[in-house]
Design a protein. Structure first.
Length: 326
């Protein structure tokens, strides 16, 4: 949670991505999200960052290697889960949202370290020069099956361990939300452990949107995205990966939008909180400090490689599917 990079987003999915995928893969999520072909992994990082601006659409996703017999009838299939004692049907819908994203290149070594125990099933994607795409995403869900709430997302581009095709996936390092229901739904459906922070808010100005806590002390985590663009997109795919009940799974999300824009190194402002002051998105003490994680990537004082905004967005979230590497 995004967008895809590369000359064609289709390349992002088939090959290696030297220019992270916010335009497609992480278009909301970000981004992240992503297609750059292995040839891009060999070029200099500075060129890779410019390549990130070839944000185009990926028309088809080659899922066949990941679909096993248990996935027969995947297209249009509905599944039911139980969330807070009530039935919840998949796929789930987002009818109205806004999203901003910013993609950075960070050291692959640091990205793998940040993955922690997830290194057992995924590895950070090296886009060239020992750097990995990291995407920060802010989403304002105004009408969705999961509720109405803002969301703050940090995601890495990864590949599944043992995958000969080196398919690119989005792995969520952290997802911060304000409501218990969406936290529980993510745990039950995808095995994702979202961070609950009721104080998270989104504030709009004419030319920007800020996601974070009140900055009355100037020491809290927040990110502001410029609002711009007149573009449109339809059914852009985002592939995510997670572990559910001890098994590695992938899921497909498709997003459509209007009022979209993408640019290189836009005026995204990332502010990190002060360690230990308790005033942070992860200040509940139950999750690793997100500010410290982002501080380790050394991105607070630099512009992103690319960023974007979607004023009106819809989406469909698919159910998890076992990752079949046979």
């Amino acid at each position: 949670m995004s967008r895809s990079f590369g000359r064609e987003a289709e390349r992002f999915v088939q090959g290696v991505m030297a220019s992270a995928p916010p335009a497609q893969l992480l278009r909301g999520l970000a981004s992240g999200y992503v297609n750059c072909l292995s040839e891009l992994a060999a070029i200099a990082p500075s060129v890779a960052e410019k390549t990130a601006m070839d944000l185009t659409r990926r028309s088809h996703a080659h899922l066949e290697p990941y679909i096993g017999a248990e996935d027969a009838g995947l297209e249009g299939e509905h599944e039911h889960f139980e969330v807070d004692g009530k039935p919840f049907a998949m796929p789930a819908r987002v009818l109205d949202a806004s999203q901003g994203w910013a993609m950075y290149f960070v050291r692959t070594e640091m990205a793998n370290r940040a993955l922690g125990t997830a290194n057992e099933f995924v590895s950070a994607f090296d886009a060239g020069g020992g750097r990995t795409p990291l995407t920060i995403i802010g989403v304002d869900y105004r009408n969705s099956d999961f509720g109405c709430y803002p969301e703050f997302v940090v995601a890495l581009t990864v590949t599944a361990n043992g995958d000969p095709a080196r398919q690119l996936f989005t792995y969520y390092l952290a997802i911060v939300v304000t409501q218990q229901f969406t936290k529980e739904a993510a745990r039950v459906i995808w095995g994702l452990d979202k961070i609950l922070c009721p104080k998270l808010a989104v504030r709009y100005a004419a030319d920007e949107a800020l996601f974070g806590l009140s900055d009355r002390n100037g020491k809290v985590l927040s990110v502001s995205f410029p609002r711009f663009g007149i573009g449109r997109s339809s059914d852009q795919p985002i592939f995510s990966i997670s572990q559910r009940n001890g098994r590695t799974c992938w899921a497909l999300t498709t997003k459509s939008g209007s009022g979209e824009g993408t640019q290189i190194g836009g005026s995204v402002k990332l502010q990190l909180g002060a360690a230990g002051d308790g005033e942070c998105l992860c200040g509940d003490g139950k999750a690793p400090c997100l500010c410290e994680t982002l501080r380790g990537f050394d991105i607070a004082d630099r512009l992103p490689a690319a960023n974007g905004w979607t004023e009106r967005q819809t989406a469909v979230f698919g159910a998890p599917r076992p990752l079949n590497l046979a």
